[in-house]
Design a protein around this ligand. Sequence first.
Ligand code: SAM
Ligand code: SF4
Length: 321
Amino acid sequence: MKFDQLTAFYHQPLFDLISQSRAVHLERWSGDEVQRCSLLSIKTGGCSEDCAYCAQSSHYSTGIEREELLSIETIAAAAKRARAQGATRFCMGAAWRGVRDGSEKFERVLEIVREVSQLGMEVCVTLGEIGPAEARKLKAAGVTAYNHNVDTSPEFYPEIVSTHTFNDRLNTIAAVQESGMSVCCGGIIGMGESENDRLRTLEVLSNLDPPPESVPINCLMAMPGTPLADQPAVDIFELVRLIAVARIALPNARVRLAAGRTRISREGQALCFFAGANSIFFGDKLLTAKNPEVDLDLSLLRELGLNIESKDRSYVAVALV
Ligand code: SAM
Ligand code: SF4
């Protein structure tokens, strides 16, 4: 979808916009189903990149210590626990800059993926930058989806990251698409970008070919020690508008209300679901940040009459740095 069309949708009266996004949602999805995803860090801290939002960057003093990659046994146990809790998708992510074929860490990831993929769940990974060779091997090992967020507009990206480029992100996404893995790709709002930057991000996402299968919309978790530590919380109506436009621009994607839900009221979250969000991260921790407690989420979904049965596809992400 073109920027001008996205802008026209975005700047309508809010209820008109939500009516349109709800209609799109009901055409493609069951309106009461919310996919629950959990996120687990298997390798934390010490990343070489300087992403201004990230507590795991070694460029900032955030109090997050560098840890080793978790053992295959620990990861397999976590995956089994997730499956027992009803997860049908297990995603392993890395806060590395990337991984290269032939390296010891890549071999270890492949082993982990082979092990986890035997548990009968979908397997998702987020390992940073990869090329075609890595993508092919990950797919062959059993990965079904690769997460790599563009995070913001191409114009604003250099304000946020200097150690790699927006184009580097697109190249990884292209390698993933070529390999046949699904792409999970979204962004972060609340980093000081303009509304136009947010809509440009959606323009880039909706013009990916094929468009991403899932689109995480993260609200910045302002992490102490990072350059964005003092950013104010995102205005709820700006978030709801963006989710509604994402639903319209990417009708077939899971739109995931991802990081930052601890700063959104129950009413705000309800509005996000009504506007088109149909997936959340589930579990008390999101990488190194807090997430709403599982019981609170379950009671919110229950009160809203949203589907929390295990037939919806839960999803566990594991991060490696
Ligand atoms: N290193 C890999 C990468 O950069 O793709 C994977 C891990 S990285 C932590 C995954 C994603 O988490 C980022 O692209 C960003 O969208 C999100 N993220 C990280 N820190 C965040 C924060 N403080 N607030 C919101 N989203 C955040
Ligand atoms: Fe954080 Fe990933 Fe950036 Fe590393 S590459 S600093 S883990 S977002």
